[in-house]
Design a binder for this molecule. Structure first.
Ligand SMILES: O=P(O)(O)OC[C@H]1O[C@](O)(CO)[C@@H](O)[C@@H]1O
Length: 251
């Protein structure tokens, strides 16, 4: 696991966006795994700005999002469909048929999960997966206790995750109780993984990821079993890491 530290969130977003842009330019049909939440917002802003100025094209890029709430219509203001549309898809030239987000409103959720995995395989698997990390170590919506061999599945969200995500809703009660998420095995099948963390609220999670044991109680620790993971974090998120020598700078 490679650890790279940026001075702040802006530097982190710029560095990650540059890596994505370089990869898309050399490999236009990249299969890109996307994350939601606050952490990647700066990266998406950088991609939009680069597209506007330099015209980097995403016409051939295929995307798969990690997760979606169960029970929200795609056009609900807090759905991850809306998040992706407003932050990224509406501003770049992605082809809608090449962007994929689980349908949390499907009548048969188990079938939706199976089809999602099939779609990922049909495109040859994910080349580069972006990930955030929850304060409890969740990746996607894989909450503590999730087995490492899970594929796309329906999860019940923990109260701590619902509380953390309540900031996007009017009231905590409106935060859905369930979500569809790519499983830990689905995430680990990606060829390359870039995990992002910003702010002191993620410092303890980052310490447990880097310095703690591999255990389902802390889902992100599964990433230690993957051969190509880069952790990119800002200085606040790195504040509790003891082995600073192992961290490289973005420069
Ligand atoms: O970036 P945030 O908002 O802290 O969220 C962290 C993680 O939580 C989720 O939004 C799910 O709650 C993930 O998709 C994300 O990676």
């Amino acid at each position: 696991m490679k650890i790279i530290m940026a001075r702040n969130e802006q530097e982190m977003s710029r560095w990650a966006a540059e890596r994505i842009i370089e990869t898309v330019r050399t490999r236009p049909s990249l299969v890109l795994g996307l994350a939601t939440g606050s952490t990647p917002e700066g990266i998406y802003r950088e991609l939009v700005e680069d597209h506007r100025i330099n015209g980097t094209s995403y016409k051939h890029v295929v995307t798969f999002n990690l997760d979606e709430y169960v029970g929200l219509k795609p056009d609900h203001p807090n759905s991850y469909h809306t998040y992706m549309k407003t932050r990224l898809f509406d501003h770049l030239d992605f082809l809608p048929q090449r962007t994929h987000i689980p349908d949390g409103n499907a009548a048969d959720l188990a079938e939706e999960c199976r089809q999602y995995e099939k779609h990922i395989s049909r495109f040859g698997g994910i080349d580069l997966q972006l990930l955030g990390i929850g304060r409890n170590g969740h990746i996607g919506f894989n909450e503590p206790g999730t087995a490492f061999d899970t594929r796309t599945h329906v999860v019940r969200l923990t109260e701590s995750t619902r509380k953390a995500n309540a900031r996007f809703f009017h009231r905590k009660e409106e935060v859905p109780t369930h979500a569809i998420t790519m499983g830990i095995a689905s995430i680990l099948s990606s060829r390359q993984i870039l995990l992002l963390a910003t702010g002191r609220a993620k410092a303890e999670a980052l310490r447990r990821l880097i310095e703690g044991p591999v255990h389902p109680d802390f889902p992100a620790s599964a990433l230690k079993q993957h051969p190509d993971v880069t952790v990119l974090a800002d200085a606040s998120a790195c504040r509790y890491l003891s082995k600073k020598g192992k961290i490289s700078d973005v420069g």
